[in-house]
Design a protein around this ligand. Sequence first.
Ligand SMILES: NC(=O)c1ccc[n+]([C@@H]2O[C@H](COP(=O)([O-])OP(=O)(O)OC[C@H]3O[C@@H](n4cnc5c(N)ncnc54)[C@H](OP(=O)(O)O)[C@@H]3O)[C@@H](O)[C@H]2O)c1
Length: 332
Amino acid sequence: MKNIQFNAYWVSEESNGSFKGQIAQRPTDDLPQNGVLIKVAFSSLNYKDALSASGNKGVTRKYPHTPGIDAAGTIVESNSDKFQPGEQVIVTGYDLGMNTMGGFGEYINVPAEWVVPLPEGMSQKESMILGTAGFTAALAIHHLLRCGQKPEDGPLLVSGATGGVGSLSVAIASKLGFEVVASTGKNEKTGYLFNLGAKKVVGRADVDDQSGRMLLRAQWAGAIDTVGGNTLATILKSLTTHGNVACCGNVASPLLNTSVFPFILNGVNLLGVNSATTPMLLRALLWNKLAGEWRPDFGSVHVEVVGLEEIHLYIAKILKGEVTGRVVIQHS
Ligand SMILES: NC(=O)c1ccc[n+]([C@@H]2O[C@H](COP(=O)([O-])OP(=O)(O)OC[C@H]3O[C@@H](n4cnc5c(N)ncnc54)[C@H](OP(=O)(O)O)[C@@H]3O)[C@@H](O)[C@H]2O)c1
């Protein structure tokens, strides 16, 4: 394979144990030789990237490292019959950006098994407006639907609604006809959430029950939760009989303190969502849905397009829960 010099956001561990990110010139020879070399045009910023960029060893064990769990670009070289140079592709999840150099570099080198052809009708930039966040929203909705969730069952709650997974969950679920109730800590973003398709907006505190009761008034037929902790516990207590909640994230807490009553008295389902390990068949199916009948109104999603030199500002913002919508990284 050719050895090409490229720019990457390079995170290293300092002698005092802190972590520092900077733009560095890297050779493609230093990438893992996994078989498919891709010139990355766009990546995106996810919460997990911010953890990797700030030294979270649960996400990235070894530094120096280039984060970026998402990438869209063009194949430069391939050792697989399935992919030819010049093809436009997407890579999200698996080990990309965790312990494999990720999309915050202008080149990645990944196994062919991780590569999804860019669906017809979707641009590379649109694929990264979606990125792992949009794919996770689609996966959560897929799990709700497979459990029989229907718009006529009643309202669908989305927590952390102005975030990446939240925004795209609101946009896609409302497009599919669900009456979406968006919960947010950002009162000033109510208009944004209505624009995405939410029918009602509630405050974060409304989904953070402190009463200690085992069950609450049934309010939602289903939910997509990106927050975890007491928010997820509150959702479980507030679902209607046989309601479903797709558990996606843990921005508030990874802990879940609940009782068995929502399950044994109301028959609710707690559905696990793991986008990174989604098998290729389902992965390709969902990406094609996102290009077709599930395609969100991209114009309604708040998107900021930034270069490598600005990433550090957005990493700090997303760690504080201050990002609205999606941050797309455009390589020069
Ligand atoms: N399971 C998977 O495969 C998968 C895939 C992608 C992401 N995730 C997880 O999903 C979560 C969201 O990821 P993301 O990329 O969408 O992040 P994000 O863009 O930062 O969105 C998170 C949103 O959660 C809300 N929030 C932040 N801190 C909070 C707190 N302390 N309490 C309650 N709400 C809070 C904020 O929305 P409001 O201000 O509107 O409340 C924030 O915008 C993360 O935990 C991430 O690791 C999981």
